[in-house]
Unconditional design. Structure first.
Ligand code: 1GP
Length: 254
């Protein structure tokens, strides 16, 4: 396995693009509301050791209180880029390298499509964090983010609808598309949906939500996902779990 360290001489987006030229990419999601900064740092250290590529930092609820401290602890513990995954305007800290500047495309409330983004944009500019424009599509069952984000959940049986939204994201100039089943979902995004989106767009596809086994990870990658996100499996089974290691290996091995 070729390991390309993130040396902060290029943007995080360029770094991710370089990684994607070599294979598939794994993101480790750390929710600051679900653990102490010390535990988060330990998870980040393990993530780097097992070959994960990026630390995603954020969550749908209550992320702000420990966000700064967690960002600092993670950056001290590992050299992976830290990318914010904000659940709202309070999900921003200067202790990060980039932010997924995302629009929840299938929300029924324009606040989640463009309102929060407008309110958060000046803070991101002031802090000098790199914004990575991303279309976020929440698929059934949707979990907490689907409820909080007032999503008109993408039906699991309608891959072609997801492909329409993803293509619109690409045409709007977004650099990434994220198909999200919701953190801790019973089942990940259907492979048929990932394949339909892969067959329609050219920009990288991120898939997350409910990926708990190496088989899940392998299936979503085989279907066309470029980047796989796992979070809950770390909270359920611990950062040092064998399952986590095998998931990262499965993503890299396909
Ligand atoms: C949630 O897609 C991410 O936003 C990760 O989901 O916690 O189920 O791994 P899990």
């Amino acid at each position: 396995m070729i390991i390309m360290a993130y040396n902060r001489t290029k943007t995080v987006y360029e770094h991710i693009t370089s990684l994607l030229h070599q294979g598939r990419v794994h993101f480790t999601l750390i929710d600051p509301a679900a653990q102490s900064p010390e535990e988060a740092a330990n998870t980040a250290r393990v993530a780097e050791e097992v070959g994960s590529d990026v630390i995603l930092l954020g969550g749908s609820t209550g992320a702000s209180q420990l966000l700064n401290a967690t960002g600092i602890a993670i950056r001290e513990a590992c050299s992976l880029p830290v990318v914010l995954f904000p659940g709202n305007v309070d999900g921003i800290t200067p202790n990060a390298d980039a932010v997924l500047f995302m629009s929840l495309l299938n929300s029924m409330n324009h606040y989640w499509v463009i309102g929060a983004q407008a309110l958060g944009a000046p803070t991101i500019k002031r802090m000098g964090i790199e914004p990575i424009p991303m279309g976020y599509i929440v698929v059934e069952p949707g979990g907490t983010v689907g409820w909080v984000g007032e999503a008109k959940l993408m039906p699991r049986s309608k891959p072609e609808l997801a492909a329409c939204y993803a293509l619109a994201a690409q045409y709007l100039g977004m650099r990434l598309v994220y198909l999200e089943a919701g953190s801790g979902a019973d089942t990940p995004v259907p492979v048929e949906m990932i394949a339909a989106v892969r067959g329609t767009i050219d920009i990288p596809i991120i898939v997350g939500g409910g990926i708990r086994t190496p088989e899940h990870a392998r299936n979503v990658v085989k279907a066309g996902a470029d980047i796989v996100v796992t979070g809950t499996v770390l909270e359920e089974k611990g950062g040092a779990s064998e399952t986590f290691k095998q998931i990262v290996a499965a993503v890299k091995g396909v």
